[in-house]
Design a protein around this ligand. Structure first.
Ligand code: SF4
Length: 242
């Protein structure tokens, strides 16, 4: 049996980013489709499922590898984001193998809904950095993710990442109407002791549910107090965007 075909549903490639991979120059690949339906989704056009035939013919994993070939020595890394990259299954694994064979660092952004895929990526040493969104307290996931979620799945992803990822971060999107200061403290307990954890200001440009747009931010003074509470459980916690 030959290698698995490299089939992935891709949206677009950002050829250069200074911010997506901490400390490295990277390109960022956006995949299509997501397991969640977060009302404040910042990439709603990528979260929606798309039939494979609507993907442009020339935008296939091989085209991304061809691009990376021209960037050897110029870029350090590739970040794969979404949507939710881990739903790309065997296609993601074979693509990740090819990227690693070329010598690039690889980062995966995930919502934590596929711990088994994270384990496979880590077991094969295909991923160097995992960034996981932690939506909120585990008992509120269903409303925050917009779909039924087994909290044990999220907990398992967190454990795998904390114990096995070469490098990682957790991050929580913060908006006043989504998560109260108490809820944010509770969220931080799920990643207690994490090496990197960010309270991230919500990007207000566009969301799945437009009612989430505007007037959602905690004031700088408020977020400082929240951060102090969060640091009781995650001393390394920081804010992003304030
Ligand atoms: S996990 Fe939520 S925010 Fe992220 S792409 Fe999916 S629906 Fe959007």
């Amino acid at each position: 049996m030959g290698p698995a075909p490299m089939v992935m549903r891709l949206a677009y490639l950002q050829r250069f980013s200074l911010i997506d991979y901490p400390g490295a120059l990277c390109a960022t690949l956006f995949t299509r489709g997501c397991t969640f339906r977060c009302p404040w989704c910042h990439n709603p056009e990528l979260a929606a499922p798309v039939a494979p035939e609507t993907v442009e013919d020339d935008f296939v994993p091989g085209a991304v590898l061809d691009f990376l070939e021209t960037r050897r020595g110029k870029l350090d890394a590739l970040t794969i984001t979404g949507g939710e990259p881990t739903i790309q299954g065997e296609g993601l694994l074979s693509f990740a193998r090819a990227v690693k064979d070329m010598g690039f660092l690889l980062k995966i952004d995930t919502n934590g809904s596929h711990p088994d895929m994270l384990r496979r990526l880590l077991d094969e040493r295909l991923v160097d950095y995992i960034a996981m969104d932690v939506k909120g307290p585990l008992d509120r996931y269903e409303s925050l993710a917009g779909v039924a979620v087994d909290p044990a799945t999220i907990r398992r992803s967190i454990e795998i990442i904390m114990n096995e990822a070469p490098d990682y971060e957790f991050r929580t999107t913060v908006a006043r109407s989504l998560l109260s200061p108490d809820a944010l403290e509770e969220t931080s307990r799920t990643v207690e002791g994490a090496g990197r954890y960010f309270l991230q200001k919500m990007g207000m440009e566009k969301t799945l549910d437009p009612s989430f747009m505007g007037g959602q931010d905690y004031e700088p003074e408020e977020i400082r107090h929240i951060l102090a509470r969060v640091r009781r459980f995650v001393p390394a916690a920081e804010t992003r965007g304030w």
